[in-house]
Design a protein around this ligand. Structure first.
Ligand SMILES: [Zn+2]
Length: 121
């Protein structure tokens, strides 16, 4: 027997048992928001991965989540991105942030490679 109270909007969690049995969201707005969250979560996973690999980048835990922190040695500035901020960030903005960090990692990898190359001779 299906539990009626389990039929909730995937996005906002309100009860939608009055809607079609296969309905997943209470509204188009929630459907779109959910899709954006899904898209963002892939990017977020990559972003977190990058922050664990990059120098001067770290993930800081808080009582109710985490934030990503990067230290820019060139201007001495620290930047923070809270998890809630990242989750609600628009997809293009998050994509932009990920690609900027990805470039840093590539740049660093090339730097290491060049160093090793010269140390060998
Ligand atoms: Zn909803």
């Amino acid at each position: 027997m299906p539990n009626k109270s389990e039929h909730c909007c995937l996005s906002c969690g309100i009860d939608i048992s009055d809607k079609r049995i296969d309905a997943k969201y209470c509204s188009d707005r929630c459907r779109m928001r959910y899709r954006r969250t899904q898209k963002n979560s892939k990017l977020l996973t990559e972003l977190i991965d990058l922050f664990t690999q990059l120098p001067n980048h770290s993930i800081q835990k808080t009582d109710n989540g985490f934030y990503l922190q990067s230290y820019n040695a060139l201007n001495g500035k620290t930047e923070n991105w809270r998890d809630s901020e990242l989750k609600s960030m628009s997809n293009p903005r998050l994509k932009d942030l990920v690609s900027k960090k990805r470039v840093l990692l590539t740049g660093d990898a090339v730097g290491k490679f060049v160093k090793q190359f010269f140390q060998k001779r």
